[in-house]
Design a protein around this ligand. Structure first.
Ligand SMILES: Nc1nc2c(ncn2[C@@H]2O[C@H](COP(=O)(O)OP(=O)(O)O)[C@@H](O)[C@H]2O)c(=O)[nH]1
Ligand SMILES: [Mg+2]
Length: 313
């Protein structure tokens, strides 16, 4: 990263933030000295994950959070990730329009990230983008991610606290994903509770959480909201800090951060090793072994072992 870029990030220059995140998005490797220099600055921010199915109200809730953080004179960075719309079509555009009425304001930065490449890489990219925003001095980073699959769990790991947003109709999903669901979420929101069934789902969830809970982790609270008209939002907002406090006091926050740190080191090592591994020689070896389908007689394992030999020795 160039010196002027690093200075721009530190000075909260939104144009430069945007440019750097584009580079991260395009896998134009920026994890160099720049990241090392910015690391210290990036540690203070609170990181919140807002995840859940499409249309559950994540962006609306994020928007309500932004208002409340601004009231507290805090600055916010939002990274919105929607793997279901790889061409960043309607939904994301809608998000941008809806959330970006803060656009001229240096205290809010909102960015949608697309998914070139697989979701696994996206978790790292989101985290790096979050680090850049944190280094610009943002007090709070919000990761908005669609869905509740494995990839999103990874993205959720970028956050200190993960909020899972559901709707009253999510009952079946809840039944299906019990364990995993309870594991990733630190707090549940049943949004659109202007619709039938919100209280029933809240009860079901609460008793599931209670039954599956253990002493080492504070139970995730369940909130009901109507984000579109702000109902329940103050309570939810307070609940987030309440839960953060609990996670902190029982040591889970520190554990999460350590885990996050270790995973990042592992990922960096893995990526570095991979990029160093595929030398021209090894690529040729693979190509030679696979010149035509007729001549492929060995299993992929033997060829892999063969190529790996040159690495191990
Ligand atoms: N009826 C109702 N609609 C809501 C509520 N919260 C959000 N919406 C609407 O639901 C739609 C999807 O919301 P959005 O925040 O974009 O969902 P996301 O895909 O999870 O980010 C929008 O039209 C919102 O205005 C709510 O509590 N009740
Ligand atoms: Mg959204």
């Amino acid at each position: 990263m160039e010196k002027v870029t690093i200075q721009g990030i530190k000075a909260n220059d939104h144009r430069i933030l945007s440019r750097v995140i584009t580079r991260i998005e395009n896998d134009d490797h920026v994890q160099d000295q720049g990241f090392i220099e910015l690391y210290d600055q990036a540690q203070a921010a609170i990181r919140l994950g807002v995840t859940g199915p499409p249309g559950a109200g994540k962006s609306t809730i994020t928007n309500e959070f932004i208002k409340r953080f601004l009231n507290k004179k805090q600055t916010i960075g939002v990274i919105a990730i929607d793997p279901t719309s790889p061409f960043s079509g309607g939904a994301l555009l809608g998000d941008r329009v809806r959330m970006n009425h803060y656009n001229n304001d240096k205290s809010v930065f909102i960015r949608s990230m697309g998914t070139h490449g697989e979701l696994g890489g996206l978790a790292r990219k989101a985290q790096e983008a979050g680090d850049i925003l944190a280094a610009s001095g943002k007090d709070v980073i919000i990761f908005e991610t669609v869905g509740v699959g494995q990839g999103e769990y990874d993205v959720a790991k970028a956050a200190d606290l993960t909020i899972l947003v559901l709707v009253p109709e999510s009952g079946d999903e809840v039944q299906l994903m019990k364990a995993g669901l309870i594991e990733i979420a630190d707090l549940f929101v049943i949004n659109k509770s202007d619709r039938e069934g919100a209280d029933r789902l809240a009860d079901t969830l609460s008793s599931m959480i209670n039954a599956m809970g253990n002493d080492s982790k504070p139970d995730a609270p369940v909130f009901t909201t109507v984000a579109s008209d702000g109902r329940g939002m103050d309570k939810l907002f307070d609940g987030v800090f309440d839960q953060l406090g609990k996670l902190d006091r029982c040591g889970l926050l520190e554990q999460k951060k350590k885990e996050r740190y270790r995973n990042r080191v592992k990922k960096l090592v893995k990526e570095q090793l991979l990029s160093e591994f595929w030398t021209e020689d090894r690529i040729r070896k693979l190509e030679d072994a696979t010149i035509s389908l007729d001549t492929i007689t060995e299993s992929p394992y033997s060829i892999a072992n063969d190529i790996l030999k040159s690495f191990k020795s």
